[in-house]
Design a protein around this ligand. Structure first.
Ligand code: SF4
Ligand code: SF4
Length: 511
């Protein structure tokens, strides 16, 4: 490829576009998020403004609004409005940290856990009610309350109280409510499960891959009461992996018994990729498939919580992470070719924007990000943060992202808080020095909390950011695959952009 072959670049032919060479092709994206892949000859015609009117290339460029003389401004407006629809509502995701207590110790724990005897970190009933009252003030007609910890099952009465109180209060308000719980599952019992299923609380867990890796990284110091002896044997070491595997099976069985389609309704699990995970990409994918999971989120480790302290043991260069990512997703694509349904979440988020023209509203990869205007985190003691990551920094002694307290701060004051406004500015990619010219700007997102923690400024420097390296590397991979034109890959990618039905978990009430 020789860009110097462009003799006389036209300054009037093209609409504003961004350019990157991917897999030997010229990838162009524009403001509305349309893209086109051109070979050398096509790109030369485009850059020189000599594309023959009516040719196939002309049609491809006009359809995607790359030709200034033919631009459809209404279509651009409509597509940007569709992509930014999330700005019309308030925060949907409300994270309730019901306790910091946890019975597992994980090498990378983001939540800054406390020991099981630290009952002073349990949310009280009074704080729980004030939290719900504030959550229901959200201007968003749909609200998800996510129970987190620590381990939320360690303070199960408050999980129950928040759910019941929110449902009751909502009878006067009429929002669509959803409840989810992120749990390591090892404190689950039949009674708790029956209650969670009956009250439509979705359950999500963590699986770090095969048992030996999971148990090495997620230590269960005491044998989980809920783990049948048959799984470990009397006197055998407790296994966090076996506990999670056991309950995933049980929960999925319950959904089946209720007549729900288990290909749509099943436990989802989250992965945290550590240095030890990198060579095990195939085992990780196989573990998820064997558990009946349909999605795998290949999340790199974050610089928060214990991960910061044990960074030397769990961290790795992002180049190695991207090799891991490519191997794992290549394998997942091969499994899909054989009829196994498994998708990668990063890919699904980006592809929904790239191929679907929609924003899936994943709060950490959106523009601007979801800090307070998309999610709010409520700590066990009633302190309110822009997001769970901001709350994690508080546990590390940094209160930058503290924006209020339940019972004291009004909803309007939270949304208009100077920190919230600063984060919206810092995550606006149209103003980020590196992002503004990046080809992936229409699909990407930055994290001001990550920037603050890793680079000392909420604005950050993207060219040195590990998060940017991950986002760029993944989008390079996806566009390489799209450029290859393999019909099977394209069909699989399209399928990955389909939103999974979760109607069962939506709780509405007629006013
Ligand atoms: S600041 Fe970071 S963690 Fe918080 S919502 Fe924005 S992207 Fe997500
Ligand atoms: S974060 Fe990185 S990949 Fe994403 S738009 Fe900014 S510069 Fe591009």
């Amino acid at each position: 490829m020789n860009l110097l072959q462009i003799k006389k670049p036209s300054t009037t032919f093209a609409m504003p576009f961004r350019h990157r060479v991917v897999a030997g092709k010229h990838l162009l994206t524009n403001t509305e998020g349309a893209f086109v892949l051109l070979d050398d000859a096509e790109f030369r015609l485009f850059a020189e403004g000599t594309v023959e009117r009516g040719s196939t290339l002309w049609t491809r460029l006009v359809e995607r609004n790359f030709v200034r003389a033919e631009v459809d401004l209404r279509a651009i407006e409509e597509r940007i409005r569709t992509r930014k629809r999330f700005l019309d509502y308030g925060p949907n995701l409300h994270i309730a940290v019901v306790t910091l207590r946890c019975n597992e110790t994980c090498v990378y724990c983001h939540a800054s856990r406390a020991n099981m005897d630290a009952t002073y970190t349990d949310m009280t009933k009074e704080t729980a009610e004030k939290t719900v009252d504030l959550i229901l003030k959200s201007t968003n007609p749909s609200v998800t309350i996510e129970f987190q910890g620590g381990e939320p099952l360690a303070n199960f009465p408050i999980v129950q109280h928040i759910t019941e109180y929110a449902l009751k209060q909502n009878e006067k308000i009429g929002k669509t409510l959803e409840f989810t719980m992120v749990s390591n599952l090892s404190l689950m019992t039949d009674e708790k499960l029956a209650w969670l299923v009956a009250n439509k609380v979705q359950i999500c867990t963590s699986i770090d891959g095969p048992q030996h890796l999971h148990d090495k990284q997620r230590k269960l110091p005491t044998k989980a009461a809920a783990l049948p002896l048959a799984l470990t044997g009397e006197g055998a070491s407790p296994s966090a992996h076996l506990a999670a595997r056991h309950w995933i099976g049980r929960i999925n069985d319950e959904y089946g018994k209720m007549g729900l389609d288990t290909s749509l309704y099943h436990v989802e699990a989250l992965l945290t990729t550590t240095r030890d995970t990198l060579p095990l990409w195939k085992d990780v994918v196989d573990t998820y498939v064997s558990l009946g999971c349909k999605a795998l989120f290949l999340r790199p480790v974050d610089p928060f919580g214990f991960a910061d302290r044990s960074g030397g043991r769990v961290e790795y260069p992002r180049k190695e992470y991207l090799e891991f990512y490519r191997s794992a997703v290549d394998y997942m694509l091969e499994l899909n070719r054989q009829g196994v349904q498994i998708l990668e979440r990063f890919a699904a988020i980006f592809l929904t924007k790239i191929l679907g023209g929609e924003d899936p509203n994943f709060l950490d990869i959106r523009n601007p990000c979801g800090a307070a205007i998309g999610q709010v985190a409520y700590n066990y003691d009633g302190k309110i943060f822009t997001c769970d990551e901001g709350r994690m920094l508080h546990e590390m002694g940094d209160d930058t992202f503290l924006i209020g307290e339940v019972g004291k701060t009004a909803y309007r004051d939270l949304m208009g808080h100077e920190t919230v406004r600063a984060l919206a500015l810092a995550s606006n990619l149209d103003a980020q020095p590196d992002c503004v010219n990046c080809t992936y700007q229409p699909y990407c997102g930055v994290c001001p909390v990550h920037n603050h923690k890793s680079q000392g400024s909420i604005f950050g420097r993207m060219r040195e950011s590990t998060l940017c390296a991950v986002h760029k590397g993944i989008q390079d991979y996806l566009f390489e695959k799209i450029a290859s034109g393999d019909p099977h890959v394209l069909e699989t990618f399209k399928r990955w952009t389909t939103v999974r039905d979760r109607t069962h978990f939506l709780q509405t009430c007629a006013l």
